[in-house]
Design a protein around this ligand. Structure first.
Ligand SMILES: C[S@@+](CC[C@H](N)C(=O)[O-])C[C@H]1O[C@@H](n2cnc3c(N)ncnc32)[C@H](O)[C@@H]1O
Length: 248
């Protein structure tokens, strides 16, 4: 087990220095969990779906920089982040990811590659099969989107890859969007949840060695729970079985 004492002090300082304009970013205990999981997983590339403000992007980049200091990853570490929107949803005068650009020194932020407008369906333009070791999903929380994001990433993820999901308990916190909860609760894989909050809201999944066996499980999860969000027919055609009757 890696000694993360100094790293966790960094997370606290990073969280305390967040810009005052931030909205919708991951909280402090989620950031600690994400940082810890990323350092322990020691991927040379971490992928994020749902850049938003860029706060979590900066946490991931700080985690890989710390892992590099510890000799766990090389100097060419990278965070690759995707957002369906080019502009920050709460304040269109800002680009998605601006918090990372604002909070990180330039020497660190140049380790981040931003793709927008882009979604998990664009992963194949950058990644081949079995390449991604670490994925963080914090995008559309309406079911079935988190499950669709994982389906879109599945062939690019390595066997035993780690997938961190934000908002695994959003309904218990009084917000709409059970998509991450449904996925996290229903997927029969190794799991871990964040600590520190009364209701843990970030969880980590470890894909099995036979990750392709998960595809049908993900289809079942997508199709047997009420849909909370619109999914275009073109997305259904790529990610769901041909016979599927998508709900709306
Ligand atoms: C809650 S915010 C992410 C917050 C971010 N983790 C942070 O710490 O600031 C969700 C983001 O996901 C984006 N999004 C929504 N649906 C998406 C999709 N299908 N693919 C990629 N991004 C999506 C939204 O535009 C929004 O910026």
């Amino acid at each position: 087990m890696t000694d993360l004492t100094e790293g966790l002090a960094l997370v606290r300082a990073y969280h305390e220095s967040r810009p005052s304009w931030l909205v919708g970013n991951i909280g402090y205990h989620d950031a600690r969990f994400l940082f810890t999981r990323a350092v322990e997983a020691r991927p040379s590339v971490a992928v994020e779906i749902g850049t938003g403000s860029g706060f979590s992007t900066g946490v991931l980049c700080s985690a890989l920089a710390y892992a590099h200091e510890l000799g766990l990853v090389g100097s060419d570490f990278e965070v690759v982040t995707y957002d369906v929107s080019e502009r920050f949803y709460h304040d269109p005068s800002r680009a998605v990811g601006d918090a990372a650009r604002e909070q990180l020194p330039e020497a660190l932020s140049r380790h981040i590659t931003f793709y927008s407008p882009a979604t998990a369906l664009h992963l194949g333009e950058r990644f081949g099969d079995d390449e991604i070791e670490f994925l963080f999903i914090d995008a559309n929380h309406g079911h079935p989107w988190p499950t669709l994001d994982l389906l879109a990433a599945l062939s690019h993820l390595r066997p035993r890859a780690e997938v961190v999901l934000h908002d695994i308990n959003l309904p218990s916190l009084g917000y709409a969007g059970a998509g991450a909860k449904v996925l996290f609760d229903c997927l029969p894989v190794e799991k871990e949840v964040s600590t520190g909050d009364e209701v843990p809201n970030t969880g980590s999944l470890r894909l099995p060695e036979d990750k392709e066996g998960l595809r049908e499980e993900l289809w079942r999860i997508a199709l047997t729970h009420p849909w909370e969000a619109h999914v275009a027919d073109s997305v259904k055609a790529v990610l769901l079985p041909q016979s599927a009757e998508g709900e709306e």
